[in-house]
Ligand binder design. Structure first.
Ligand SMILES: Cc1cc2nc3c(=O)[nH]c(=O)nc-3n(C[C@H](O)[C@H](O)[C@H](O)COP(=O)(O)O)c2cc1C
Length: 271
């Protein structure tokens, strides 16, 4: 046996190789962290525009976002926008300066910025929610608000689904629904991302004439000639549990503990 085949040398080479590889991997992870955060934000912004059907070929997400969207913060209890007069705390003033940077998901985990939901209230199974939520107002070429885009989230079968619901300014007619993050099973609950399923949503009505949340996901395919078809969407095939999660999260965010008070104000006073 030559000296290079000794157990000691084999272990030394293996150890050195491990150290070199771990340095390469960790350096890459640290160096690319900023890019990853940027890509994630870009993907979220793309989803906001996709929900409102605002993506345009040849135009960047950033450009459309900057030219057509106004970002505001809403007090979920009162349904009122956060304004300079109402911003009594330092973080609120900072959030007003740059509402795009307000992190609603982080706020939901921060005691002074969140509210813990009781079991009865928590139909979306999210445990706690931020006191202030972001809303995105999409404007037409003349600067008139035509779509309200709301961040929504709730538990499916395996994961919390995070997405956006876009509504017309009547606060009832759906422009689009899409999720940018979840861990449901591909081919089952993961079909929330299927463009064919997403295409079922535009035109559906989320509230009935009495102002109650009426949108439901039903097994099978909805016959447009049946009564209340505008309040029903096909559930995902073989994925009733994820579908129930989607229905629950919509009921939560459109209800009194979500954007209900805000949307009521929009109906009374405009956007
Ligand atoms: C490995 C595995 C993954 C599954 N993933 C999902 C899922 O992501 N969403 C879901 O609703 N159901 C999922 N299911 C099926 C559920 O257990 C349940 O059977 C289904 O939601 C019932 O829907 P159905 O009444 O339309 O058949 C999965 C089942 C298995 C075995």
């Amino acid at each position: 046996m030559s000296s290079n085949d000794s157990t000691g040398k084999t272990l030394l080479v293996a150890t050195l190789l491990c150290i070199v590889c771990s340095i390469v991997v960790s350096t890459a992870a640290v160096a690319l962290k900023g890019q990853q955060v940027q890509n994630k934000l870009q993907d979220k912004n793309r989803n906001i525009l996709a929900a409102a059907n605002m993506l345009e070929p040849g135009k960047s997400v950033q450009e459309i976002f900057k030219n057509r969207l106004e970002v505001k913060l809403v007090n979920l209890d009162t349904g009122e926008y956060l304004t300079p007069e109402k911003a009594t705390e330092q973080w609120q003033q900072e959030a007003l300066q740059n509402p795009v940077a307000y992190d609603q998901r982080k706020a939901a985990k921060t005691p002074e910025k969140n509210e813990v939901l009781s079991g009865k209230e928590d139909i979306a199974n999210i445990k706690r929610q931020a006191k202030y939520a972001t809303v995105y107002l999409a404007k037409d070429e003349q600067g008139k608000v035509e779509t309200i885009i709301l961040p929504v989230h709730g538990y499916g079968l395996w994961s919390t689904l995070y997405g956006f619901l876009a509504l017309e300014t009547d606060t009832t007619t759906v422009v689009g629904l899409g999720f940018y993050e979840h861990a449901e099973t591909p081919g089952l609950g993961g079909e929330v991302d299927n463009p064919n399923w997403k295409a079922l949503w535009p035109g559906k009505k989320v509230y009935d004439e009495d102002g109650d949340v009426s949108i439901r996901l039903v097994k099978g395919s909805v016959d447009p000639s049946t009564p209340n078809a505008e309040h029903k969407v096909d559930a995902l095939g073989g994925a009733t549990l994820t579908s129930n999660g989607v229905q629950n999260l919509l009921h939560f965010w459109l209800g009194e503990n979500g954007f209900g008070p805000y949307l009521e104000k929009v109906r009374e006073q405009g956007v």
